[in-house]
Design a protein around this ligand. Sequence first.
Ligand code: COA
Length: 335
Amino acid sequence: MTGSRRTHIIGVGGYLPRRVVTNAELAERVDTSDQWIVERTGIRQRHLAADGERTSDLAAAAARQALEVAGVTIDDIDALVVATTTPDLIFPSTAAIVQSKLGGAGFPAWDIQAVCAGFVYGLAQLDAMMRAGMFRRVLLIGAETMSRILNWDDRATCVLFGDGAGAVVLEQRAEAGGVIGSVLHGDGAHRDLLKAQYGSDVPRDRPDFHTDAAGVAAIAMRGNEVFRVAVKSLGAVVGEVLAAHNLTESDVDWLVPHQANLRIINAIAKRLTLPEERVAITVGIHANTSAASVPLALAHLHQQGRLQRDQLLLLESFGAGFVWGANLVRWSLGE
Ligand code: COA
């Protein structure tokens, strides 16, 4: 394959807000317990953004780390994409804000909204654009302040999410490896199972519906229905992406899954017959950080020195819509 264009991950970084909130602290506010949350989800704690700390701040911090790991600066970047479902503003895009915070100018910057699947969608999109020769080096960031769209009185949802950001620098190289391929799917028929509405859409006969100052209503979810579709869809897409590239379960070195629920992660690991030590698991310490969860898990593995060059990583994610997908990546960092 040497000679053809491939998209390599040459830098990775993560950022978590300083404040850590444990399950026990949440149990002081809503009728829940550490035991219930750990048993049903695997979550033990989450990081929450400080007042005034915006999605773009988290994104910029993760991006700076990824640039440093890559050994490049913002001046070497040709495009910047932020996957987020909690943008700073309706517009301009969070990507434009991050571009200015990083001191970049001139190159294109845009957001991707595919909720929890945003990073996986973004990697597929940018890989295709880079293979086509549009960009040589890009920043892809997943960043969220989910805490801003939660109803902190709803125990069924407020225990599940956290804030954070993860970023990668992608570089086009005429070298084997890198992103092998991606598969994306969507099915809007399930759009009502998991959503956060604008004020104009919030039912007027539901005074209990929590809306913030901008009129955005908190996340509403039919959890166990989401759970069932997630397991089924993710189980199918990991098989599909492997088959598309003539690879099998035994070729996978790491599963880097969306971090929503440990039981969903375990079901997919079992489908791939992967032992726990080959699965990135950060849901316990980060909770569900939506579009940030996969790149944060990558950053976590990298910082722990657990990823080796040429290892095959299977990334997957599933989000509201529903939208879901998977990427196969050969790791390019390290010796
Ligand atoms: N603490 C204590 N009890 C809780 C609770 C909490 N934080 N949240 C819900 N419950 C209660 C419910 O009220 C319900 O009580 P009832 O039986 O008296 O009505 C009971 O627990 C069971 O609720 P259910 O929703 O059926 O539980 P579950 O086993 O499906 O687990 C989730 C709930 C949310 C953890 C699980 O469905 C899930 O993870 N779904 C997928 C969520 C997800 O991944 N979303 C993001 C996709 S990107």
